[in-house]
Design a protein around this ligand. Structure first.
Ligand SMILES: Cc1cc2nc3c(=O)[nH]c(=O)nc-3n(C[C@H](O)[C@H](O)[C@H](O)COP(=O)(O)OP(=O)(O)OC[C@H]3O[C@@H](n4cnc5c(N)ncnc54)[C@H](O)[C@@H]3O)c2cc1C
Ligand SMILES: *[C@@H]1O[C@H](CO)[C@@H](O)[C@H](O)[C@H]1NC(C)=O
Ligand SMILES: *[C@@H]1O[C@H](CO)[C@@H](O)[C@H](O)[C@H]1NC(C)=O
Ligand SMILES: *[C@@H]1O[C@H](CO)[C@@H](O)[C@H](O)[C@H]1NC(C)=O
Ligand SMILES: *[C@@H]1O[C@H](CO)[C@@H](O)[C@H](O)[C@H]1NC(C)=O
Ligand SMILES: *[C@@H]1O[C@H](CO)[C@@H](O)[C@H](O)[C@H]1NC(C)=O
Ligand SMILES: *[C@@H]1O[C@H](CO)[C@@H](O)[C@H](O)[C@H]1NC(C)=O
Ligand SMILES: *[C@@H]1O[C@H](CO)[C@@H](O)[C@H](O)[C@H]1NC(C)=O
Length: 488
């Protein structure tokens, strides 16, 4: 293949185009894609039905949007984009939050919505899931056989993006994170070759896809572990803010004293703009909803996309009861400072990173996150930092905020950044900071820190693998696949 044998690095202008002019390269690419793919090519002028979760991504105007139907289509699309040097984004299910993450700014948006097939093995131990499937579609396909898999808490989260970045899960203490439950990936490399990566085939690429996100290939199919699952018992309790210390005590006991792999728990500290709870302050538990349900039940009916603006950012801490209080106090102060923001809905969420989930990260030669390998280890630190408590659980903290108005973007970004930096400083002073940043929750601009958190050894190895599978740097920030979390 002449295009690939040249090995000249792809270096397109790193200057952002600020006007509405579509680059000539992408204009040409869209024409060629239109000739090849016909009705699966959409121009923005006739694409009113395209919906993506975040308003900032919805506002992006791509040159065109293309919907491949299989891996061969994806390979053909990449061939055209590379030969025209037109930049692109890949939309799995589109839950990223920054313009360009999964909708290309004046480039080509490759939408994986047609790759949603779920095929279950006869013995029920695994399933092949399309790279564009939602969590809800996958749960719904598995449940008639009383099976489940490690998917998202919200049905519309894409199995692809979720799994490539990590995939936290309520029952992680029993099954691990999503990336440790993939037996095989099928994907398309930068030179349009279709490859399979597993522990036995292309093991380096398999390692890289376990946490390496959007840097190695467009994943068209994942073979995931499935397991028998009946109904689950879900209880959601809400407390007013006059009892936070008592509630945190109870939550922290769950974090530290329980090693029950059949149980999962998340803590949400939510700011509610309406002071409706004030009269109820004497009551400890405001509401408690309990259902017996399945994941398909819980994720089945997707809410209409009333497209609004969102920002996520994250940090990780070693177990510390004191830091939970401090973090929530910092969050309260910073949110109060921006209260007039229209439609403001900020959350301080704690997802436990349980001990057994870390053990799963070592399976099948390990993943790229570095949590199980590099110092300081979550596990070793948990044992040495706090005395008299065994099986403490580290925590991934997510600051997740929704709001309505573009004029408030800066205020929300400042609030979020302040919460993260102040909580990190408090954690450092208390000796409970950890460098790991969960890629799927990190804000735009944190890619370097995210990969630093994977540890030098793993980043070095990822860089080597990328150079081997993509020598021209097509899937890098200076190449054609920009946005989201670029390794280089
Ligand atoms: C409401 C909500 C709930 C969430 N719940 C959870 C949760 O329970 N646990 C958790 O861990 N995370 C959760 N997340 C975070 C989620 O994992 C990430 O946002 C994830 O990136 C979403 O993937 P996606 O395919 O929907 O998004 P996209 O924006 O389509 O994809 C994210 C990135 O991955 C790339 N990508 C997607 N699919 C592929 C593919 N097949 N091949 C190559 N690259 C691909 C995209 O190009 C993009 O760069 C949640 C997010 C939201 C908004
Ligand atoms: C992929 O889809 C194209 C049509 O878009 C079709 O021509 C081709 O045969 C398909 N390839 C495979 C391997 O299914
Ligand atoms: C699934 O479980 C239910 C309840 O235990 C049972 O009635 C049903 O037969 C099971 N279905 C299959 C396909 O095994
Ligand atoms: C802590 O974990 C070990 C190993 O998993 C287990 O044997 C022990 O029972 C646990 N202790 C508590 C208090 O849960
Ligand atoms: C859920 O199922 C359990 C076990 O079958 C039962 O004891 C409990 O009452 C059920 N709860 C609800 C809310 O249906
Ligand atoms: C879950 O789905 C099943 C099957 O569709 C249904 O019978 C059941 O009532 C649902 N349960 C809940 C709590 O929605
Ligand atoms: C958005 O902000 C602008 C400028 O502050 C203001 O004029 C407008 O009314 C706001 N819109 C909404 C829906 O709050
Ligand atoms: C594509 O790249 C892979 C990884 O570097 C390589 O093994 C393969 O030979 C290349 N294929 C072609 C057709 O050049």
């Amino acid at each position: 293949m002449a295009v690939c044998s040249l090995l000249t690095p792809i270096l397109v202008s790193s200057q952002q185009t600020t006007n509405d002019t579509v680059l000539r390269e992408c204009h040409n690419a869209c024409s060629r894609l239109s000739t090849t793919f016909g009705k699966y090519l959409y121009l923005p002028s006739s694409d009113d039905n395209f919906r993506i979760w975040d308003a900032k991504q919805q506002e992006v105007r791509p040159a065109c949007r293309i919907e491949p139907g299989n891996a061969t289509d994806v390979a053909r699309i990449l061939e055209i984009l590379v030969s025209e040097q037109c930049h692109f984004a890949v939309k799995g299910v589109g839950h990223s939050r920054s313009p360009g993450d999964s909708n290309a700014i004046q480039g080509v948006t490759i939408v994986l919505d047609r790759l949603t097939d779920v095929q279950i093995s006869e013995d029920g131990t695994c399933a092949e899931v399309g790279g564009g499937a939602t969590s809800a579609q996958t749960y719904a396909a598995l449940e008639p056989r009383n099976l489940s898999f490690v998917g998202g808490r919200v049905g519309q989260v894409g199995v692809g993006g979720f799994t490539l970045g990590g995939g936290t899960y309520p029952f992680a203490n029993k099954y691990g994170w999503a990336l440790d439950n993939v037996y095989e990936y099928q994907g398309v490399l930068a030179n349009s070759s279709i490859v399979t990566a597993s522990e036995d085939m292309n093991p380096d690429l398999y390692f890289a896809l376990r946490g390496g996100a959007n840097n190695f290939g467009i994943v068209t199919r994942l073979t995931v572990r499935t397991f028998p699952q009946g109904q689950i018992y879900v209880s959601q309790a809400t407390w007013s803010d006059n009892q936070p210390e008592a509630v945190l005590d109870a939550v922290y006991r769950l974090y530290t004293e329980t090693d029950d792999v059949e149980m999962g728990y998340d803590l949400y500290f939510v700011y509610d703009a309406e002071p409706v709870f004030e009269a109820l302050n004497r009551i400890l538990t405001l509401t408690r909803d309990t259902v017996n349900a399945t994941f398909a039940n819980l994720t089945g009916a997707p809410a209409e996309l009333d497209t609004t603006r969102h920002l996520f950012d994250t940090l990780s801490i070693l177990p510390s009861r004191q830091l939970l209080s401090q973090g929530i106090q910092i969050f309260r102060e910073e949110v109060s400072a921006i209260k007039p923001v229209a439609g403001l809905a900020p959350n301080f969420i704690c997802y436990p990173l349980p001990t057994h989930a870390i053990e799963f990260m070592e399976r099948r030669e390990g993943n790229a996150l570095g949590i199980d390998q590099d110092e300081p280890l979550f596990r070793k630190c948990t044992v040495s930092v706090l005395r008299n408590v065994v099986n403490e659980t580290s925590t991934v903290i997510l600051i997740s905020t929704a709001w309505s108005n573009a004029s408030d973007d800066t205020a929300v970004m400042t609030m979020t950044n302040n919460v993260v930096e102040r909580t990190r400083s408090a954690a450092q002073r208390a000796g409970v900071a950890h460098p790991y940043l969960y890629l799927n929750y990190a804000a735009a601009g944190r890619a370097e820190k995210v990969f630093e958190g994977y540890g030098q050894t793993n980043v070095g190895r990822l860089g080597g693998i990328q150079a081997a599978v993509d020598p021209r740097g097509v899937f890098t920030a200076n190449g054609l696949w920009r946005g989201f979390m670029n390794l280089w």
